[in-house]
Design a protein around this ligand. Structure first.
Ligand code: ADP
Ligand code: MG
Length: 397
């Protein structure tokens, strides 16, 4: 993928509008997890070192085009200043006089945060006048918010049409990792898809079977596939109305030469609770009153063997109800195996998704995967093969 990066940009003494992700969790008025702030620091530092005036643009929550104090970015300033190790100025509006005055007061190397872009309706509408009003305060646009790149909003897409536009360092790292996952991957490529429901991941499954050599289906969604093949899944989570969809995905996989790896055994419990009494059964012998809460040990052996055969792994969705001990066993085993192969230099491993990130943290492998995306929706749309407007505008044509 050929996109413009900071290397290509002349930023000295320039006003650089940087779109960042500051959608951080808050508790009692304080930032409770600084992961997203930490990720934008390399770009801010690089721009400061090179003498730019760094003007940060971001949204926070869903104020729906209205000014609402609870969604003010001002409350993020202390945590941001702490991470940047420099004063961070704040402007009470992202356009107009307040923004212009704050920008005019900047020296080279200064950092300014502008108020929530979503306080204006023009942001989500990608309104041309709003884009112009934002652009009035910048000479250059840098996008470092991959997590917002699936939206064609004024600050994520519109600005790139009227200012010289570049990917920030974190965006660059994410795009490079994703390119290794599905863009130009080293084959064979294996995908693991798990999680609760097929209904939320039809597009994702459908795209993957065309791109990967093997697809492991686990978690609750495996039950829908097993039921579609005629297995009795008892009281397991299962979308019986999606049997045709499941069969269509399996047929598509077959014509695309993608091997589908479904569980052959499962850990069954009678309550959805941690440490509930449980027993392993083959998928042909699931008790009528039981629920499959994890894929079984034989299945894990097969999944780990398939990971060993692969050079690239793309993973979204846990293999079982990993929040509940011991139904985390399959997810943890496969995660540790993939981490080990990655450390040995034999596997490129890319993962993402809200619960997937939590599951991989739980397995303590987060530092050993090649890349774990915290981007949520944008990561899933990438796995679905959909265009990401915020990324497409950064490409060289
Ligand atoms: P992500 O957020 O990474 O995209 P999902 O939201 O699709 O992942 O799926 C995660 C959820 O799937 C978890 O809450 C997990 O408990 C649930 N899950 C996984 N396997 C099962 C299962 N066999 N039965 C019920 N729920 C399951
Ligand atoms: Mg989820």
């Amino acid at each position: 993928m050929n996109f413009r990066t900071l290397k290509d940009a002349d930023v000295a003494s320039k006003r650089v509008l940087v779109r960042v992700d500051l959608n951080v969790p808050m508790q009692d008025g304080k930032v409770s997890d600084t992961t997203r702030i930490d990720r934008i620091i390399p770009t801010i530092n690089k721009l400061r070192e090179r003498g730019a005036k760094v003007i940060l643009l971001a949204h926070f929550g869903r104020p729906k085009g209205e000014i609402q104090a609870e969604f003010s970015l001002e409350q993020i300033v202390p945590a941001l200043a702490h991470a940047v190790k420099h004063h961070v100025a704040f402007a009470k509006d992202c356009i107009g006089d307040a923004a212009a005055a704050a920008v005019n007061a900047m020296n080279d190397g200064d950092v300014l945060l502008l108020e929530n872009t979503r306080f204006h309706k023009g942001e989500e509408k990608n309104d041309a006048d709003f884009v112009k009003a934002l652009a009035a305060n910048g000479d250059i646009y840098v996008n470092d918010a991959f997590s917002a790149a699936h939206r064609a909003h004024a600050s994520t897409e519109g600005l790139a049409h009227i200012l010289p536009a570049y990917a920030g360092l974190t965006m660059e790292a994410e795009l490079t990792a994703l390119e290794k996952g599905l863009g130009q991957p080293v084959r064979p490529v294996i995908a693991i898809v798990g999680g609760a429901k097929v209904s939320t991941k039809i597009d994702l499954l459908s795209n993957l079977v065309e791109k990967v050599d093997a697809l492991v289906i686990g978690g609750g969604m495996a039950n829908t596939f097993l039921a579609a093949q005629g297995h009795d899944v008892g009281k397991s989570l299962c979308e019986h109305d999606l049997a045709d969809t499941a069969r269509a995905i399996m047929a598509k996989a077959e014509s695309a030469n993608c091997a589908i790896i479904l569980p052959v055994d499962a850990v069954v419990a009678w309550h959805f609770a941690a440490d509930a009494p449980h027993q392993t059964y083959g998928v042909d012998a699931i008790p009528h009153d039981g629920m499959m809460l994890d894929v079984g040990p034989l299945s894990v052996d097969r999944i780990n063997a398939a990971i060993s055969d692969a050079s690239t792994l793309v993973w979204n969705g846990p293999l079982g109800a990993f929040e509940l001990h011991p139904f985390d066993a399959a997810t943890v085993s496969a995660a540790k195996h993939a981490a080990e192969r990655t450390k040995q230099g034999k596997l490129v491993s890319v993962a993402g998704g809200g619960d997937t990130v939590a599951a991989l943290n739980h397995a303590k492998v987060s530092d050993d995967f090649s890349y774990i995306s915290t981007a949520g929706g944008a990561f899933l749309e990438w796995m679905e093969g959909k265009p990401l407007p915020g990324v497409d505008v950064l490409k060289n044509h």
